[in-house]
Ligand binder design. Structure first.
Ligand code: NAD
Ligand code: USQ
Length: 383
């Protein structure tokens, strides 16, 4: 099967492209490399030094004998996107290629507009390219658990059955996203759902939780294949940040009360979930939604776990409660279903087993690269 990985130079995409290639899929990466550009603009760097994309791919070929094709360009450029797809002839398209930071999207009007136009128009171009040239291919799109927000009822996988005034229907689950980034994912989901309905496209929306870890079987093969690990206040996610903070002796930056609860998963499960979705495609006209996380934790729980694990390395870690730069609930009900991927055969990794190997050990190894100026959050939702 031929799989095009859009955003394959990024954190989830790189690990996924290598995993699929290793499992015998014919893989191509399409990426504009804009993420490397945003890092330069923000003056931040991944903790782990990542090699240029061509070097990464050459190393992969030298090690495994497998070639991953490369298309460098922006999916907002429709003719580039269509040319790349016609050349590669994908059976499945995995779409990771978006601006994915909530704080980045909240910097100012320009970044909000850029996030939404990059994400929503890119995704819409892809839907048209599929409709016009590859109507039978399967779109595996990365959505986010944050599309649902934090409702005071259980979160279903994409749809909810509601009885109202004596009538009953199954409808898209209500969305209450918490940033202009998360909103862009909601807009994408609506566009994909509509395209499946009118054109009969097949799509799986993977509503992914917060991903952690740096290690997969493939990225661990060689230093030149290492994945990115962001720790700065804009692109770094909570758990990755906490581990790096612990490694340099910085108090853990819990925002507000720390009762914010989210779904989490190991990057090794991200790559496996995508593989499961590709191997079991949606039907023609079906817009399928899987909630892609393996465990639920509050941010306070995570900080306590990192504190405990870092103590086993002889580190004394403090936990700080900073004034929350975001507008979000800090104590709330959160109970989301995640049975679809488990029933396809996902065997989850658990944080308690991987905190040291996949995170803290990397944080310790590369802690000399940390820029302490970039730890505290600088972007506020308001004011
Ligand atoms: P990332 O920033 O590391 O990678 C995204 C890649 O997409 C980058 O290499 C970037 O250059 C590329 N890209 C962006 N816009 C593009 C465009 N218009 N054309 C071509 N390439 C483009 O992000 P990530 O952490 O790997 O996230 C990948 C996807 O997974 C995103 O859609 C994100 O919303 C989703 N997701 C990520 C997480 C997480 O914790 N990292 C959690 C849930 C969902
Ligand atoms: N948080 C802290 N301290 C920090 C960083 C974050 O307390 O130092 C808190 C935030 O306030 C928030 C929670 O941790 O309540 C999660 O924040 P995050 O930065 O780890 O993740 P988020 O902004 O939600 O975004 C990340 C990815 C995004 C993906 C999303 C999945 O960047 O691409 O869509 O996780 S989810 O959270 O399920 O929406």
């Amino acid at each position: 099967m031929r799989v095009l990985v859009i955003g394959g130079d990024g954190y989830c995409g790189w690990a996924t492209a290598l995993h699929l290639s290793n499992r015998g899929y014919d893989v191509a990466i399409l990426d504009s490399l804009v993420r490397r550009h945003w890092d330069l603009e923000l003056c931040v760097e991944t903790l782990t030094p990542i090699a240029p994309i061509k070097q990464r791919l050459q190393r992969w070929k030298d090690l495994t004998g497998k070639t991953i094709d490369l298309f460098i360009g922006d999916i907002n450029n429709y003719s580039f996107l269509v040319d790349a797809m016609l050349q590669f002839q994908p059976d499945a398209i995995v779409h990771f290629g978006e601006q994915r930071s909530a704080p980045f999207s909240m910097i100012d009007r320009e970044h909000a507009v850029m996030t939404q136009s990059n994400n929503v128009i890119g995704n819409l171009n892809l839907l048209y390219a599929m409709y016009e040239h590859f109507p039978n291919s399967h779109l595996v799109k990365l959505g986010t658990m944050g599309e649902y927000g934090t409702p005071n009822i259980d979160i279903e996988e994409g749809y909810i059955t509601i009885e109202h005034n004596g009538r009953k229907d199954t409808l898209p689950y209500p969305k209450q996203p918490g940033s202009f980034y998360h909103l862009s994912k909601v807009h994408d989901s609506h566009n994909i759902h509509f395209a499946c309905k009118i054109w009969g496209l097949r799509a799986t929306d993977l509503n992914q939780g917060v991903v952690y870890g740096v290690l997969t079987d493939e990225t661990g093969m060689d230093e030149l294949l290492i994945n990115r690990l962001d720790y700065d206040g804009v692109f770094g996610t909570a758990l990755n940040r906490f581990c790096i903070q612990a490694a340099i002796g910085h108090p853990l930056t819990v925002y507000g009360k720390g009762g914010q609860t989210r779904g989490f998963l190991d990057i090794r499960d991200t790559v496996r979930c995508v593989e499961l979705a590709i191997a079991n495609p949606a039907e023609a006209g079906e817009f399928r939604v899987f909630n892609q996380f393996t465990e639920l934790f509050s941010i306070g729980d995570l900080a306590a776990m990192v504190q405990k694990a870092s103590a086993s390395l002889g580190l004394k870690t403090e936990i700080d409660h900073l004034e929350n730069p975001r507008v979000e609930k800090e104590e709330h009900y959160f109970n989301a279903k995640n049975t679809n991927l488990l029933s396809l055969g996902l065997q989850p990794h658990f944080l308690s087993d991987s905190l040291l190997d996949s995170l803290l050990n990397f944080a310790m190894k590369y802690r000399h690269r940390v820029d302490e100026q970039e730890i505290l959050p600088k972007v506020k939702w308001k004011g």
